[in-house]
Write a protein that binds this ligand. Structure first.
Ligand code: MV4
Length: 448
């Protein structure tokens, strides 16, 4: 049993992990940069250790500083949260060598899923439906053109070391292929130090649907339905919901079973997300994330489970606290991301919060490390909180979101809150009629 866990993260997710630890009777150790000495995750954890100066590269991303803090504190395990070191296979390898438990999957699974070609090949062999495209890497313009002709234009050229929207180039016609291929390859080389690219049929107006999976590392696995994360700007999610507004119970159980069987088949441990594009009623795998995601609370709300608690359980070698038949989807949940950003350009705007009031009441959850008088430092991500609402159905969740947004006060800085007030008057948002391009088009027409 763990009696102490070190949290290698900051902000709302660090606080989220402190909360799970406390409910489980496990002591928590916060680590922080000098810029975060007065952060809420530091105040709430049982212990805190300063690990370096403000830049992430010298603190939250510093493997020696974090491993030292872990050894000094006597923590037996590290929870990485999301971002930072959460999908860093070499970090996980180093922890294994120091006999520190990583609360997450194996280094090997992180490595496979970080290589987008290997991830796709692994998933395809496990029976997960994938976007049609090249079998593995594409080495020459000639091969790229041959594959383009085979699968039909438009196609997209992606970096195998990419993901999350980085290193992709669209070729609408054969005439665009040479330049798309060469640009993608050279950008992949300079961004990731790996110039390998692959090709997929380009889906023109899909939704982004992701399936939450969870494994015990010993061949047992479940799915917890899907989230629709189509509302994004520049590959940053803005609003997410569960279940997906157009996903039927039949589709959910079919794709869910495929995903659960796939991760069971590789003895996957912990939380994972299998990302799909969804178009014309069909799912197409694109990537797998091997971490807890920012938007995990919407899944927690509709299934009534604590995913962080389950991550800690399976890291200790315990079974999950449920099997598939225990998991029942209940109602509807929506999350909006509150960022310290100025509209219409989403320019980060750190500063001092002069007044903060969190909404409450039935079906309202706020995951945030904000407090009155807190000064948001300029060094990190601009996410300052998540407002999550739950209702018996989608209309009730939407009404509750509108009500809760009306109670939320964050003064002294600019935030994305006004964006959500505006979106909640849009017919397409109210009916769930959107794809991955909807928000950028709306922003151009309404704020641009
Ligand atoms: C695609 C695509 C269309 N067709 N792949 C962008 C992020 C990365 N995870 C995959 N991405 C896309 N891959 C094929 N074959 C369109 C996108 C895409 C996108 C995907 C999800 C959410 C928002 C997006 C915005 C633009 C492009």
């Amino acid at each position: 049993m763990f009696d102490k866990i070190l949290i290698a993260n900051r902000g709302e997710i660090a606080l989220r992990i402190v909360r799970a630890c406390r409910e489980m009777g496990i002591k928590s150790v916060a680590v922080h940069s000098t810029a975060d000495a007065d952060a809420m995750h530091v105040r709430m954890a049982d212990e805190a250790i300063c690990i370096g100066p403000p830049p992430s590269s010298e603190s939250y991303l510093s493997v020696p500083a974090i491993v030292s803090a872990c050894e000094i504190s006597g923590a037996q395990a590290i929870h990485p949260g999301y971002g930072f070191l959460s999908e860093n296979a070499s970090f996980v390898q180093i922890l294994e060598d120091h006999n520190i438990t990583f609360i997450g999957p194996t280094a090997e699974h992180i490595r496979i899923m970080g290589d987008k070609i290997a991830a796709k090949e692994t998933m395809r062999k496990l029976g997960v439906p994938c976007v049609p495209g090249s079998e593995g890497g594409v080495a020459t313009v000639k091969d790229a053109q041959r594959i383009g002709a085979e699968i039909g234009y438009p196609v997209i050229v992606k970096a195998t070391a990419g993901g999350g929207g980085r290193g992709m180039k669209l070729a609408r016609t054969e005439a665009e292929m040479e330049s798309a291929f060469l640009t993608a390859r050279s950008e992949a080389k300079s961004c990731f130090g790996n110039d390998e690219v692959y090709i997929e049929k380009y889906l023109t107006r899909p939704r982004h649907i992701e399936v939450q999976v969870f494994g015990d590392g010993k061949g047992a696995a479940v799915h917890l339905g899907e989230r629709d994360c189509s509302l994004q700007r520049r590959h940053q999610k803005v609003m997410e919901e569960a279940p997906g507004p157009v996903i039927t119970a039949e589709m959910r159980s079919k794709i869910g079973k495929i995903c659960a069987d796939a991760v069971a088949g590789i003895n996957y441990r912990g939380a994972g997300t299998i990302e799909f594009l969804f178009e014309d009623g069909a799912f197409y795998f694109i990537e797998m994330n091997t971490r807890l995601q920012v938007e995990h609370p919407v899944t927690e709300m509709v299934f009534g489970v604590d995913l962080v608690r389950e991550q800690i359980r399976v890291a200790e070698g315990l079974p999950m606290s449920f099997v598939q038949s225990d998991l029942e989807l209940n109602g509807h949940a929506i999350e909006v991301r509150i960022n310290a950003e100025k509209l219409p350009d989403f320019t980060p705007c750190p500063g001092t919060v002069t007044a903060y009031h969190a909404p409450g009441g039935l079906g309202v959850r706020v995951d945030s490390a904000l407090y009155d008088g807190y000064t948001i430092p300029p060094y990190y991500d601009s996410l300052i909180g998540k407002l999550i609402v739950h209702g018996r159905d989608r209309p009730e969740a939407l009404a509750r979101l509108k009500r809760a947004l009306g109670e939320l006060i964050v003064d002294g800085i600019d935030t994305t809150i006004p964006l959500f007030d505006a979106l909640l008057s849009e017919e397409d948002i109210l009916t769930g009629n959107f794809d991955i391009h909807w928000l950028e088009k709306w922003l151009e027409e309404n704020l641009g």
